[in-house]
Every structure is written in structure tokens, then in C-alpha cells.
Design a protein. Structure first.
Length: 145
């Protein structure tokens, strides 16, 4: 019984802070940093942490694709909680390593921009996104405010 309580307590502690594997978390900790003008250095970073809903932080682990001064996050056709949060409030924070970047999310609505993102996604992760139509997918461009 004591072991079960200890395991539940440890799980609660992980969920009370940043995301843990596939479980969402809360506010991200790190060093507030100015956004770079070129995110190419993230090409070697597979997964980052994305925090939405500043008034009640909600964070997830997610893949990113960089293109110059823009970062992209993609939810496919899944209107998940973090997508809902960004629809309500586009202010987000991204944690890469120990650095926190404050950004603004805008949904991509042009097919040409989606196709450009999909090319970068394929180059980085080895396959194209499942949804090939911008109308059927939730793709967000993250840029400095």
C-alpha cells in the first residue's frame, strides 16, 4: 500500500510541473531569453516544450520545425487542448534546453505555407504530416511578439 501511495505522489509531482512524456504539465521553468532571428539551430532538437494558457499554464512536449524567424507546431486534425488554448489566447512560451522564449501563435491558413512546412517536417522527421491540406490540419506559426 505504501508503495502505491509513493508512486501516486511521484506521478502527481511530475504532473504539477512541466509535461512528462505524453502527459501535459503546467508552467515551464527556465531562463527567459530573447527570441533569435533564426531558429536553424533547432534543426538538431527533436522535441520541445510548449506552454499555452498563461492564466493557468498548460504545457506539452511537441515536435517543431524551424524556418528562419518562425517555428511551427503541428497538431494534425486533432483539436487538442493546447490548440484550443492557442485559439483563445495566442501567447505561448517555448522551452528549448533551459531557455524560455515568449512567442505568439498564428494558425497557418495558406496551402503554400503548409506545403513549405511539410517539406521541412519531412526533412527533419523522415515522413510528411498525415494531413496534407491546410484546411484539415492545425498548424501554427510561432513568432516573437
Amino acid at each position: 500500500m505504501a508503495n502505491r501511495i509513493l508512486i501516486l505522489l511521484i506521478c502527481f509531482l511530475f504532473m504539477a510541473c512541466g509535461p512528462f512524456v505524453l502527459l501535459p504539465g503546467g508552467a515551464l521553468d527556465g531562463v527567459s531569453s530573447p527570441s533569435p532571428t533564426d531558429w536553424a539551430w533547432t534543426d538538431d532538437v527533436s522535441t520541445i516544450q510548449l506552454e499555452t494558457r498563461p492564466e493557468d499554464p498548460y504545457s506539452v512536449n511537441i515536435w517543431i520545425v524551424a524556418d528562419g524567424e518562425k517555428l511551427y507546431v503541428h497538431a494534425g486534425a486533432n483539436r487538442s487542448a493546447w490548440v484550443e488554448n492557442m485559439q483563445s489566447n495566442p501567447a505561448v512560451r517555448v522551452k528549448i534546453g533551459d531557455k524560455i522564449f515568449e512567442l505568439r501563435a498564428t494558425r497557418v491558413e495558406e496551402q503554400q505555407e503548409f506545403d513549405h512546412f511539410a517539406d521541412g517536417y519531412e526533412a527533419k522527421y523522415g515522413s510528411r504530416p498525415r494531413n496534407s491540406s491546410v484546411a484539415d490540419a492545425y498548424l501554427y506559426r510561432l513568432i516573437a511578439e
